[in-house]
Design a protein around this ligand. Structure first.
Ligand code: NAI
Length: 434
C-alpha cells in the first residue's frame, strides 16, 4: 500500500505540531487534522495558533493550504485515508472507578465510534498517538471488529517547549503492532528520521513504554526535589549536587533541576495511570513505590507555599505579590497542572493582592499583566514559578527600589543568583540552596 493520505483526530498540543512537521517532511502525502472544536480549528486556520511553540509558525506556513488542512469535516478527514492518528486528550478520569488516577478514554471512544460509522473504502492503519491505558488497542479492536483496520501504538514523546525540535530529531520512534502495518507507518517517519531510531515492539510494550517514560521523568524530578529538602536542612547546595551527581554518565545530567514540582498535562496523569495499573494488578509494593514519586511532588509544592507564608510572618493580607510565570514550564503557553495554579490559589486564600505575568501562559478567569511595566511598584514579594529567560533579564536592582520593604524574592526555579539578589537587599529564598 502506498500512503497518500493521513488524518489526525485532535488538533491540540500534539496533533497540530506533529502534523505540521510531518507535512513539511512528507510533501507527497496529504495531512488532514480533524477536531470537533470549531474554535480550535479556526485558530489554526487564522494564524492564531492555540499552541505556542518556537518555529511552529514556520512549519505551518510552509504546508497549510498545500498538503496540510485543519478541519471539522470528518468526511474530509476520513475519505480515502490510509493512516489515521488518534491524538485526542486522555486526561485522568474524574468519575467512578479509578477516578483521579485511571485515564479517561472517552475521547478516544468517540473517535472510534466515528470511524466505526464511516464507510471505509480501503484498508486503514489506525494509530494510537495519544497516551492510553494498557490494552486500549484490544478495546478498540473489540469495538471496531473490522479486518480492514489495523491498530498500532505509536506514542508521542515530544516535550512542550521543544516540540518542533523533538519532532524533527526524536530520540526514538516507537511503533507497536502487526509488522506489515508497522513498516508502512515507519515509511512515513523514514522520510526524515534515520531507520535505526525506529523501534518495533509488541503493541502492549509500545503502550506501556510511554507511561513508563513519563513516570521515570517524574521520578527524577521527585528524586532531586527530595534532595533539595535535605540540602535546606544541612546547608548543602542542590545545584552543586545535581552537577556532581549528573556528571556520572550512568546517571546523566538531564531532568536533575530542582523546582517547585513538576506540572503539565502529562507527567502527573501518566504517573497516576501507572500507579492505577499496579493497583489493578494487585502489585501493592510496586504501586507504593511509584506513589511516593507523586506524593513528593505534592509535598514540594506545599513546602514552597509554606516557605512563602512563614517567611512573610503569616501576614500576606493586602500585601502585593508579583507572580512571575503561570505556564508549567518555559517556552510553552500550557498552564495545565502548573504548580502556579495551586500556589496562586493558596496566596489568594491568604488575601494577598496578586499581580501575575507570563509571556505566553494565560489562566482562565484571572486578570494578568500584559508586560512587566509597573508590576513591582509597591510590591512586597516576587515569586518566580516558571523559568522564562525574560525573568533572568529583569533589572532587579530597579525592581528592589520600587518595592515595599522588606522585599522578598521566592525563587521556585533557582533561576537567579542568590548572592546577587541578597547583595541588592532582597530577602531571597531558593530551593535547596544557602
Ligand atoms: P489537547 O487537549 O491539547 O488536544 C486534544 C484535542 O483533541 C482537542 O483540541 C480536542 O478538541 C480534540 N478532540 C477531543 N475529542 C475529539 C474527537 N472525538 N474528535 C476529534 N478531536 C477531538 O491534548 P494534547 O496535549 O495534544 O494531548 C493529546 C494526547 O497526547 C494525550 O493523550 C496526551 O497524553 C498525549 N501527549 C501529550 C503531550 C504533550 O506534551 N501535550 C506529549 C506526548 C503525548
Amino acid at each position: 500500500m502506498q500512503i497518500k493520505k493521513v488524518c489526525c483526530f485532535g488538533a491540540g498540543y500534539v496533533g497540530g505540531p506533529t502534523m505540521a512537521v510531518m507535512a513539511s517532511k512528507c510533501p507527497e502525502q496529504l495531512f488532514v487534522v480533524y477536531d470537533i472544536n470549531q474554535q480550535q480549528i479556526n485558530k489554526w486556520n487564522n494564524k492564531q495558533y492555540p499552541v505556542y511553540e518556537e518555529n511552529l509558525d514556520e512549519y505551518i506556513n510552509q504546508t497549510i493550504g498545500k498538503n496540510l488542512i485543519f478541519t471539522c469535516d470528518i468526511d474530509l478527514a476520513l475519505k480515502d485515508c490510509d493512516i489515521a492518528f488518534l491524538a485526542v486528550n486522555t486526561p485522568s478520569k474524574q468519575f467512578g472507578m479509578g477516578a483521579g488516577s485511571s485515564l479517561d478514554i472517552s475521547y478516544i471512544d468517540s473517535c472510534i465510534q466515528d470511524i466505526k460509522q464511516y464507510t471505509l473504502t480501503k484498508k486503514l492503519i489506525l494509530v494510537e498517538k495519544s497516551t492510553v491505558p494498557i490494552k486500549t488497542c484490544d478495546y478498540i479492536n473489540a469495538i471496531l471488529q473490522n479486518k480492514n483496520i489495523c491498530v498500532l501504538s505509536n506514542p508521542e514523546f515530544l516535550a512542550e517547549g521543544t516540540a518542533i525540535q523533538d519532532l524533527l530529531n526524536p530520540d526514538r520512534v516507537i511503533i507497536g503492532g502487526p509488522i506489515e502495518s508497522s513498516k508502512q507507518l515507519a515509511s512515513l517517519y523514514e522520510q526524515w528520521i534515520p531507520k535505526d531510531k525506529i523501534i518495533f515492539t509488541n503493541i502492549y510494550s509500545a503502550e506501556l513504554s510511554k507511561i513508563v517514560a513519563n513516570s521515570f521523568l517524574a521520578q527524577r524530578v521527585s528524586s532531586i526535589n527530595s534532595i533539595s529538602i535535605i540540602c535546606d536542612k544541612i546547608g548543602a547546595d542542590v545545584n552543586e549536587i545535581s552537577q556532581c551527581v549528573g556528571s556520572d554518565t550512568r546517571i546523566g545530567n538531564k531532568f536533575l533541576k530542582t523546582s517547585v514540582g513538576f506540572g503539565g498535562s502529562c507527567l502527573k496523569k501518566d504517573l497516576l495511570c501507572l500507579i492505577y495499573l499496579c493497583e489493578s494488578l494487585q502489585l501493592d509494593e510496586v504501586a507504593q513505590y511509584w506513589k511516593q514519586v507523586y506524593l513528593l511532588n505534592e509535598f514540594q509544592k506545599q513546602r514552597f507555599i509554606n516557605l512563602i507564608i512563614t517567611s512573610m510572618f503569616n501576614s500576606l493580607k493586602n500585601k502585593i505579590i508579583v507572580i512571575l510565570g503561570v505556564s508549567f514550564k518555559a517556552k510553552t503557553n500550557d498552564t495545565r497542572e502548573s504548580a502556579s495554579l495551586i500556589i496562586i490559589k493558596k496566596l489568594q486564600e491568604e488575601q494577598a493582592i496578586l499581580r501575575i505575568y507570563d509571556p505566553q501562559g494565560k489562566i482562565d478567569n484571572i486578570e494578568q499583566y500584559q508586560s512587566l511595566d509597573g508590576i513591582f511598584q509597591g510590591a512586597s514579594a516576587i515569586v518566580i514559578l516558571t523559568e522564562w529567560e525574560e525573568f533572568i533579564k529583569i533589572d532587579y536592582s530597579q525592581a528592589f527600589n520600587q518595592m515595599a520593604k522588606p522585599a522578598y524574592c521566592f525563587d521556585g526555579r533557582n533561576l537567579l543568583s542568590g548572592d546577587l539578589m541578597k547583595s541588592l537587599g532582597f530577602l531571597y529564598y531558593g530551593l535547596g540552596r544557602v
